[in-house]
Every structure is written in structure tokens, then in C-alpha cells.
Write a new protein. Structure first.
Length: 253
């Protein structure tokens, strides 16, 4: 594990890869783009760093011993919304899909150009920082992007991170249909994924099922055949104009 002295303005990235040479290549590429870089060669060290350091991005190899990248991604997402970029071999499309479904934001296939990793890293951090802002309200739905919470009719929605991102994206563009390509690019951070349409479709299905567990929730996501998906532009419920969550409200999910 190595750590560069922090800079005043640059973001901090955590690179997790069991191959020291690969770690050095990615570390150098990120440093040339102004990142402070922490490195770890196993999942346990990575989790410890995430508990003790402020990190703006995790670059994570899928194939690692002991704790593989997909398991580590899931554990990271359970405690943090930090952007995660997967490193994967060209033949590991199933792992890519699994990683994206578990909350990864982007992926790069090996072999890759180090500058591509650095530029994608910059884009992920910028997009994540732009995503932090005021609460989004649609009908009885309230989404707080800072607290990473969503309520519907005063009931907290217990959403996996990717489903939360999907709902936030659709709600922030309420009334405007989003194609599966749009969602793949904006929610999963990629425009080129084998099986991408099925990834989006299955995630929408799971999200819609959770919303349907709340009275009236089934109306919040519509499918427009041949066009995409839509959160309708519903008037904000008067009783939902106060705090985003009522104390004691049971989670739904």
C-alpha cells in the first residue's frame, strides 16, 4: 500500500489490484491528471482505507484472490456512494454486468490505455460531484441526493444503490422519456455494454416492483414502448413539502 501526499484541490482515488505492476501503471496515469492516489492489493486493505480516508473514486480489478472485485464492490456500495470503476478482461462480460448491477459506475477492459482510465476517472468524479444537490420531489416521492435517501408517501424506500441512481435520474427528468441507451450512459456510466438493454430492463423491473409495494407507487415509472422509461411530472403532494422522511416510517424494499 502506498499513499501520495494529498494536494489541496485534486480528488483522491483508491486503486485496488493484486498485480503490483498494474497498480503502478494506473497510479501514475491518475497522478498525471491531478489525483492523489492510495493503493491496495487486497479487499481487506481497501475496506480499511475506505473507513479511514476520504476517497473520491475507487478503481477496482475484478479478478483478485481472497475477496474478488465483485464482492468488494458490493461491500463498498453498502456503505458508500463513492464512484467505482471496474477493470476487467475482454472475456468477462458476465462479471461486468454483475458489477454494474451491484453498483459499479463504469468499467474499462484490459488491455487498456492508461490515459483512458485517467479520463474516465475524471469524468466519474465530475459527474458524481454534479449529482449532489437539492432534493427532487415528484408527487409523493422525495429524493435527497445528498443523504442518498428516497421516500414515497412518507415511507422510506430501501433501495440498492443502482436502483436509487436510476430513480433519481428518472425523477430529475420527470416528464421526459429516457431511452435505455440514455439510462445506460447516465446511470451505469457506459454507452457500450454487451447485454446493456437487458441490464436496464431488469433493474427497472426490480425498482418498479419495490415502488409497487407502496400505495400508488406503481404509477411512478411508465414504460413507453419503443421509446423508453418515464417518471410522470406529477404535482408535489402538499403533505410531502416538509421533511423528506417521517420518524419511524418503515422501510420498503
Amino acid at each position: 500500500m502506498t499513499a501520495e501526499a494529498p494536494t489541496a484541490a485534486g480528488p483522491t482515488a483508491l486503486v485496488v489490484d493484486d498485480e503490483p505492476q498494474m497498480t503502478i501503471i494506473i497510479e501514475f496515469a491518475l497522478q498525471t491528471q491531478g489525483f492523489t492516489v492510495l493503493t491496495a492489493h487486497d479487499g481487506a486493505t481497501a475496506l480499511n482505507l475506505l473507513r479511514t480516508r476520504t476517497v473520491d473514486l475507487v478503481v477496482l480489478d475484478v479478478m483478485m484472490p481472497a475477496m474478488d472485485g465483485l464482492t468488494l464492490c458490493e461491500r463498498i456500495r453498502a456503505r458508500s456512494d463513492v464512484p467505482v470503476m471496474l477493470l476487467t478482461a475482454l472475456s468477462q462480460h458476465d462479471d461486468v454486468i454483475a458489477g454494474l448491477e451491484h453498483g459499479a459506475d463504469d468499467y474499462v477492459t484490459k488491455p487498456f490505455h492508461p490515459r483512458e482510465v485517467a479520463l474516465r476517472a475524471q469524468a466519474l468524479v465530475r459527474r458524481h460531484r454534479r449529482g449532489s444537490g437539492a432534493a427532487v420531489r415528484v408527487g409523493g416521492l422525495v429524493i435527497d441526493p445528498v443523504a442518498q435517501s428516497a421516500t414515497l408517501g412518507g415511507r422510506r424506500l430501501d433501495l440498492p444503490f443502482t436502483e436509487f441512481k436510476l430513480l433519481s435520474h428518472l425523477a430529475s427528468r420527470r416528464g421526459v422519456p429516457q431511452s435505455w441507451q440514455d439510462l445506460l450512459r447516465e446511470v451505469w456510466g457506459t454507452a457500450d455494454l454487451l447485454g446493456g438493454r437487458d441490464v436496464v430492463k431488469s433493474t427497472v423491473y426490480r425498482l418498479r416492483s419495490r415502488l409497487a409495494g407502496v400505495p400508488g407507487g406503481a404509477a411512478y415509472i411508465r414504460t413507453l414502448r419503443g421509446v423508453g422509461y418515464l417518471v410522470p411530472d406529477l404535482p408535489v403532494d402538499a403533505e410531502e413539502s416538509g421533511p423528506a422522511e417521517e420518524p419511524g416510517g418503515p422501510p420498503v424494499g
